[in-house]
Ligand binder design. Structure first.
Ligand code: PLP
Length: 355
């Protein structure tokens, strides 16, 4: 039976990515060797590394003065790398969930942290608005998409301070005005590649303004200077990332992804709002296009397990909500086919008929 992959991450990748990566694991670039057993300094892999970073610049329209870097350590490593490289005295953070809180915790090791607003009071079901950012903050940090709670900020904010964003779970789902940002970072394992590589887009002149010494591996400048080859890069995720990026380009680029993502999300949210059994968990204006969180209405709560089993039997995979929210979460990343969203909706309709 066809499976429909709604995992939140690692998550669905395009068939193009999977097929080409599998082929390269067998025989990379016609070398007669596996991608897993070649030198990262071979000209064939250097070409992959260069092309992937160039394609990110092209697809996201990255202006001059920025560099794209690949690193290890996941987005969680960026939680400390950002303050290490940018925080002199004080930084401002918006607390919109678990990942934002983790970033705040790390930043506190480096200086004063001003949490400008938090939605913790309502279990992170909305994005706070109307907060002020101190003029003397070294930067403002926010999480554009809150993977666990299903809230998202889809507009690039206008702030006077330097701007840093964790875009781990919605990068490549909409055009971004990169010029508003100083650092954007993202783990690969949602809209790019398998886990193991982390992407950052760095405004080069934002670096070099802190007094502390920075360990070599945690210094963005190291990775920029060495074209993301200071140490052995994770060749398989980078190769897979290149395939995903090529697929994005072939599909019409990031604007085409956004159109498709908005359509997919609308199909599912419409059903959640229509179906008597379910309700969304998030303030409507802050609903994420990538992670759709919903629960059973109070009068049908006891049907949750039954629906879970019913959906699993119908081929749905990964729709269990995160333990801090409960209920269900369907992640609709860029590689999600409309047919899978329609299959989930059909399942919800059918279950409603039976109850
Ligand atoms: N930030 C966001 C928004 C995430 O969704 C995640 C993981 O799901 C992380 C950070 C942590 O990423 P990693 O596991 O790559 O450290």
């Amino acid at each position: 039976m066809k499976k429909h992959n709604f995992y939140a991450g690692p998550s669905i990748l395009s068939e193009y990515t999977i097929k080409n990566t599998a082929a390269a694991v067998e025989n990379f670039a016609g070398m007669g060797l596996s991608l897993l057993e070649i030198s990262h300094r071979s000209k064939e892999f250097v070409a992959v590394n260069d092309e992937a970073r160039a394609l990110i610049k092209e697809l996201l329209d990255v202006p001059a003065g920025y560099e794209v870097v690949f690193m290890g350590g996941g987005a969680s490593m960026q939680f400390c790398m950002v303050p290490y490289n940018l925080l002199n005295k004080k930084a401002s953070y918006l607390d919109t969930g678990t990942w934002a809180s983790n970033a705040i915790k790390e930043a506190k090791l480096f200086g004063e942290v001003d949490v400008v607003a938090s939605s913790k009071d309502k279990n992170y079901t909305y994005i706070p608005k109307g907060y002020a950012i101190a003029d003397d903050s070294d930067y403002f940090h926010f999480t554009s998409n809150n993977t666990i709670y299903g809230t998202e900020m889809r507009k690039d904010p206008d702030v006077k301070q330097r701007l840093v964003c964790d875009m781990s779970s919605d990068i490549f789902s909409r055009p971004i005005d990169i010029s508003k940002y100083d650092i954007i970072y993202a783990g690969a394992q949602k809209n790019l590649a398998p886990a193991g590589v982390t992407l950052a887009i760095v405004r080069v002149d934002a670096l070099g303004h802190v007094d502390r010494p920075i360990p070599t591996m945690l210094n963005y400048a190291t990775h920029i200077k060495k074209d993301s080859m200071f140490n052995t890069p994770p060749v398989l995720p980078i190769y897979a990332a290149l395939q995903t990026l090529k697929w994005y380009k072939e599909q019409g680029g990031i604007a085409a992804m956004e159109k498709k993502d908005l359509e997919n999300a609308a199909i599912l949210y419409d059903e959640i709002d229509r179906n008597k059994l379910f309700r969304g968990t998030v303030a409507e204006e802050d609903r994420s296009i990538m992670n759709v969180c919903f629960v059973m209405n109070d009068e049908y709560k006891e049907l949750e397990d039954e629906f879970s089993k019913y959906a699993t039997a119908a081929g749905m995979v990964g729709i269990k909500g995160h333990r801090s929210v409960g209920g269900f979460r369907a992640s609709l990343y860029n590689a999600m086919p409309k047919s899978s969203v329609e299959a989930l909706v059909a399942c919800m309709k059918e279950f409603e008929k039976q109850h």
